[in-house]
Ligand binder design. Structure first.
Ligand code: LMR
Length: 332
């Protein structure tokens, strides 16, 4: 009964009748840190379009890209406080929430390709991770793909020893921190919105990211050398404030679920091509040199980063690693 009362009260907060008797419009603030012209940026706009269409305008989605509303850490706090309703952070940024298990997805060369990644997130691993969010007042709605990371600096990064002493910006994951340490570099967590300037002024020497993020944030203009290493995967979890989501009228929630499922298919279907096109544009710009690893060089990187797997047990726990290794049919 108490639960029912709470649900009714929550629904009332979000669907108060307007003065003229019509239902007030429900507003979803969707904040994220990347440009509109990226897989995530386009996905958020697709969700807006579909959500507004399927709810017949009863829901309005306000998309705030490029950290215009909040930066990385602040946006997660804002979601928990209910100042925004929807986010799509990289799963590398979930440790401050107390769910370090997501970082297992950052293990180097974990997913051999996009298909393997996609199957894992649609399977038990993806759902198990979402369950971990519930205790935090957050519901996971979908996983959005953004392909694989490249690495860059103002010198060619070809052999593991090339990383020695470099300050590398990372987005938050201790797994990334660990594999960059194993290469001899000094990782530093920094908000995405601060990376361009930090690279430009030499606060950090290098970074990792996907081609679409390099291009739209112009990182390639302040990094002389990019290695197309594709050493780790970048994925997002689209998340909502549970109180908000559970308080929505059931029909609206159903329409939004449909909009999210379609926006997810759309985003995941464009991610690979968006990144291939972005890489092509970076190449054409002539502002940086792209490097590709030979199989031997790649093997040397893999060997140098391999201890991360053992180290990860203490960080993310055995349970998630077991789930992943079963799903991917790999030994860890
Ligand atoms: C980063 O901070 O490097 C990325 O997670 C940004 C993003 O959302 O793609």
């Amino acid at each position: 009964m108490r639960k029912l009362l709470l649900a009714v009260a929550a629904a009332a907060v979000f669907a108060l009748p307007a003065a003229n008797g019509a239902q007030a419009q429900i507003v979803i603030k969707f904040s994220h840190v990347v440009a509109n012209d990226t897989p995530k940026g386009k996905g958020a706009l697709k969700f807006k379009e579909l959500a507004e269409k399927y709810t017949n305008g009863k829901v309005k989605v306000e998309v705030y890209p490029n950290s215009t509303l909040y930066k990385d850490k602040e946006e997660i706090e804002a979601l928990q406080l209910g100042s925004v309703q929807m986010l799509a952070p990289s799963t590398a940024k979930f440790a401050p929430l107390g769910v370090k298990e997501f970082e297992a997805l950052d293990l180097p060369w974990l997913f051999k390709d996009d298909k393997t990644y996609d199957a894992a997130m649609k399977g038990p691993v993806g759902q198990w991770l979402f369950k971990k969010l519930e205790a935090k007042g957050i519901i996971g709605l979908a996983y959005w793909d953004n392909g694989f990371h490249m690495t860059s600096a103002n010198r060619p990064l070809i052999n593991p020893s090339d990383f020695q002493g470099l300050k590398i910006r990372i987005s938050g994951s201790k797994i990334a921190d660990q594999y960059f340490r194993e290469l001899g570099s000094i990782p530093q967590i920094m908000a995405f919105s601060e990376v361009y300037q930090a690279l430009q002024t030499g606060v950090v020497d290098g970074c990792e990211n996907t081609p679409s993020n390099y291009l739209t944030q112009k990182f390639h203009e302040v990094q002389k050398d990019i290695t197309v290493s594709y050493h780790a995967h970048l994925q997002y979890a689209v998340i909502v404030n549970s109180k908000f989501w559970n308080g929505l009228p059931a029909d609206i929630r159903g329409q939004l679920t449909k909009a999210m499922a379609e926006a997810t298919d759309y985003t995941n279907s464009i991610a690979a091509k968006e990144n291939t096109d972005a890489l092509e544009e970076i190449k054409k710009s002539g502002k940086t040199t792209l490097h590709y690893l030979t199989p031997e060089q790649k093997a040397a990187w893999q060997k140098a980063m391999q201890p991360t797997y053992k180290w990860a047990k203490g960080r993310v726990g055995q349970e998630v690693l077991d789930l992943i290794s079963k799903e991917l049919n790999v030994q860890m």
